[in-house]
Design a protein. Structure first.
Length: 594
């Protein structure tokens, strides 16, 4: 495990950081300093015109508070507007609103003897959005990550995946077990070095939806990647690197899609170039085929505007239709790793992304295929599988991606004359968001997220917080009622430090930083600071790693987090989580920039 940075931030010291890929991020962690524990704020930045709230822990006895500017001049003074009581620990915290301060600048929030840095600025979330997207470049496989694009995080090419073996579970008459195929490109999925179609398809879906509704903003995003000089936006070029891998995962003979490309067992905490296990493609599954069909059909529509990718577009539509047809013929070919391991060799013990229901995948895939091909058969399939209510999408329940896509197309004016119950979908989404708003007045951290036990599953920072925030931005777009946008920003504030742990959960940002994510690249590279721009999973009272992780300090739902590289249950990173991070931060910043 890397040693913690020993520097402790004091406000007499200048803010130290580095410019990387056009993004400024802080290199110092202050996890041991008292103010980071007692004053909880968004540690990245507040928008001048938006709500600005600090939450004060009960360890602070002060009942009045001040804000000083960079010169030490008092610019605001006040008391808490309310107290909040934690449903998990019964801690009574003070909620302080200093929204009347609107001038951009760097300030110090003072509570008795405690203090915390506060930043107010335009484009407050722009750097996080860009770093979150640039992080995908750092996850690329099968190519060197070069110093001119990655700075100190450069590394040699590894996992070329040009000699991948067809596993016994994936064998077919024309591709028997042991067949060697080529399946290069793609992103490492999470803290491990494998590639999974279910999560890749979901990730592409989230990112492309965010792109389509924020196109002008995303097109200007300079990620400083190898493709930056071409005529295609960097945002789309980065996703193409993963799409090129996905299309290699289809069996060319029957159209089914392999569930994952993996080693039999997780690699150790080594750099990729030191890892040499044989890699396999494993079982074709219904969910993988449908997620593949949905994301490839979606990509075909968006990339059709660019001459560079015309060949891909044609291939993607054909591949998506063949994958959907395979799923129709094999509607219950669910991935069951335990059952496979009883029948096939070698046994595979990596991430499962298993799911015992496919109606949601059929709905999303039929939606995207209809919108791309305009074939009525897909429209009828989408109607048949339409969900009864709106749920924030997850990799295992993707119907929300279909719902959001229908709403997207409605907002873009592309559904004229199409018979589909989009108004019901809008009403369902608004009902979900209205329920979120009801939780803010009594919440511990002035956000819709974080005051209920069900807010804290594995990866709580992703769909439960960031995904919820994206839903709230849809509600704002539909109604133009600012309360929804403010609630989405409050969820972002939670991720950026105003939470029970006091951590800014995005690596490379904040005054109390995540330094030891469960990510092999960050742990094995010998560099003090982890790769920047990654969203940590977040509090998880399940503590599924408790047998090997001894650093948890609380079992309370919203405090059940540890910045420990061994903590895969609370501190891993994943591409789907980063997709939500990018979608939320980009959508908010694009809206606030108008």
């Amino acid at each position: 495990m890397r040693n913690l940075i020993t520097n402790k931030c004091n406000y007499s010291l200048p803010f130290m950081g580095r410019v990387w890929g056009g993004v400024f991020f802080c290199l110092l962690s202050t996890s041991s300093s008292s103010f980071a524990q007692s004053i909880k704020v968004n540690q990245v930045g507040y928008y001048p015109s938006e709500t600005k709230v600090a939450v004060i822990e009960p360890t602070v006895t002060a009942k009045s508070f001040i804000l000083k500017d960079a010169k030490g001049k008092k610019v605001w003074a006040g008391k808490a507007v309310r107290t909040s009581v934690s449903p998990f620990t019964q801690k009574v915290r003070q909620v302080v609103d200093f929204s009347t301060v609107k001038t951009p600048g760097t300030y110090t929030f003072v509570a008795g003897k405690e203090q915390q840095k506060v930043v107010i600025k335009d484009n407050a979330f722009a750097d996080v959005a860009k770093a979150g997207m640039k992080a995908f470049y750092l996850q690329r496989t099968a190519m060197p990550i070069e110093e001119k694009y990655a700075g100190v995080y450069a590394r040699p090419a590894a996992h070329m995946d040009n000699k991948v073996v067809v596993h016994q579970s994936a064998a077919s008459p024309l591709r028997p077990a042991g067949t060697v195929i080529s399946s290069p490109y793609g992103w490492y999925d999470a803290g491990d070095f494998n590639k999974y179609i279910v999560n890749s398809g979901f990730t592409i879906g989230v990112l492309l939806q965010a792109y389509e509704i924020n196109k002008a903003y995303a097109d200007k995003m300079n990620l400083v990647i190898p493709e930056s000089e071409d005529a295609v936006p960097d945002y789309l070029d980065e996703m193409m690197y993963n799409l090129k891998w996905m299309i290699t995962m289809q069996d060319p003979y029957d159209g089914g899609v392999y569930h994952k490309l993996t080693t039999p067992n997780f690699e150790g905490f080594e750099m990729p170039a030191n890892c040499h296990q044989t890699r396999y493609v494993v079982q074709k599954s219904t969910q993988a085929s449908l997620d593949f069909a949905a994301s490839l059909a979606q990509a075909a529509r968006i990339y059709s505007a660019y001459p560079k990718y015309q060949s891909f577009v044609k291939d993607a539509v054909k591949a998506a239709e063949r994958a959907y047809a395979w799923a129709v013929k094999n509607p219950t070919a669910y991935y069951n790793q335990d059952a496979n391991n009883q029948k096939y060799s070698p046994k595979v013990n990596t991430g499962t992304y298993g799911d015992m229901m496919a109606a949601d995948e059929f709905f999303w895939a039929a939606t995207e295929l209809y919108l791309t091909t305009k074939q009525n058969s897909y429209l009828e399939q989408a109607k048949a599988f339409m969900p009864q209510s709106y749920n924030v999408p997850t990799w295992g329940e993707v119907s929300g991606l279909g719902v959001q896509q229908w709403i997207n197309q409605s907002l873009l004016g592309k559904l004229d004359g199409i018979d589909f119950p989009v108004e019901k979908m809008k009403a369902d989404l608004l009902a979900f968001c209205d329920d979120c708003l009801l939780r803010i007045p009594t919440s511990s951290f002035n956000a819709p997220h974080g005051n209920r036990e069900q807010d804290f599953p594995w990866g709580s920072n992703s769909e439960k917080c960031a995904g919820q925030g994206i839903a709230l931005t849809y509600a704002y777009t539909l109604t133009k009622d600012h309360k929804y946008l403010s609630a989405a920003i409050a969820d972002a504030d939670y991720l950026l430090g105003r939470n029970a742990t006091g951590y800014c959960f995005v690596t490379g940002f904040g005054t109390k930083q995540v330094m030891h994510p469960h990510q092999r690249l960050s742990e094995a590279d010998g560099i003090e600071a982890p790769l920047p721009g990654f969203l940590a999973g977040g509090p998880n009272p399940g503590q599924q790693d408790i047998a090997t992780v001894t650093t948890y300090t609380s079992k309370a739902a919203d405090e059940s987090y540890t910045d420990d590289m061994n903590s895969y249950a609370s501190n891993e990173i994943a591409i789907n989580w980063n997709a939500y991070l990018v979608g939320l931060m980009m959508t908010i910043d694009a809206e606030m920039s108008k």
